[in-house]
Design a protein around this ligand. Sequence first.
Ligand SMILES: [Ca+2]
Length: 331
Amino acid sequence: MIPMSLFKLAILAATSCVTALGQVQNGSFESAVAGGTVMPAGWSSSVSTGGSATRILPYLSCATDVGFPSDGAKWTRLTSSVMGTLTAFTGVSKIESTFTIGAAGSLLTLDVAFATGENPGDPSWNDFMAVTVTVGATTQTIYLVDTTAGSFPTTMVCSNRPCTGKITLSQNLVTLFPTITTTTPITLRVYVGNGGDTAVPSFGYVDKVTLSSSVVIPPLSLSFLPSGPGNWIMKTNAPALPGAEVFNLVALNLSLPTGSGPLFGIAFDSLVLEQAMSPLGTVPWHVNLDGAGVFQIGPFGIPAGLSVDYIAIAIVGGAVSQVTPASNITF
Ligand SMILES: [Ca+2]
């Protein structure tokens, strides 16, 4: 394997402030054409019989409705123009988007509302709306409302139908899928389906699909732990990134204030150059984390009074996955 060069690291450092590792694209649907049936970039829609099963609102006289748009001026409406199955969500009107968690956070939130064209409580024509999140072969349903069992305390004005009102769904994806990392593809799907027959459509609204900054994924860390007089243990820890390639970079030239250096906050000095150019397997500068996401070495002696700046960079799939904040320690 060719080690990542210092040049590459410098480029990554220079661009890191604008690199969005995890984003929901166009989660507010503002870039789509109002009244149109084409989803914005980052989203796709499908329905087995075509037509206008998915439309960007506002449209005609429907400019606002039951709290929508909840962000900006536009939102998405799904129509149950086809039959769907309540348990498998097949054959239904659907929109979906695939993204990763990361810089944007891991807390997924979105606003939805469902209005049924059938009679609430009646099991005969059980139209429904569902929201699922899929990682690999695993799908979790984070919202499901159907005509028979759902609560419809208000009215969707634009369709004059019993409606749930605006509901904000909130789901921490790290809690839902404990093994995901910042490079794991995550697919969000929203479904609206007809049950029994397709004589009367039902409607679902979606807006403000976001990943918040309340990241709870255990972050990459690099620590120097005291272990007896003059001795230290060096430990890199990233439980979410088992086996990841890591650079542990230590600068003797200090950046003042700490974090102001050019390479993710630390200085380019001769020691950093040596560390960054070292091949994978050069302990302790360029190593792989173990199966628990840990690299540890020591204890070893470090001269008292020595002060260094340090960072760790985790590489997954050839790209920077996580970087620690630049820190300083005086041993
Ligand atoms: Ca919007």
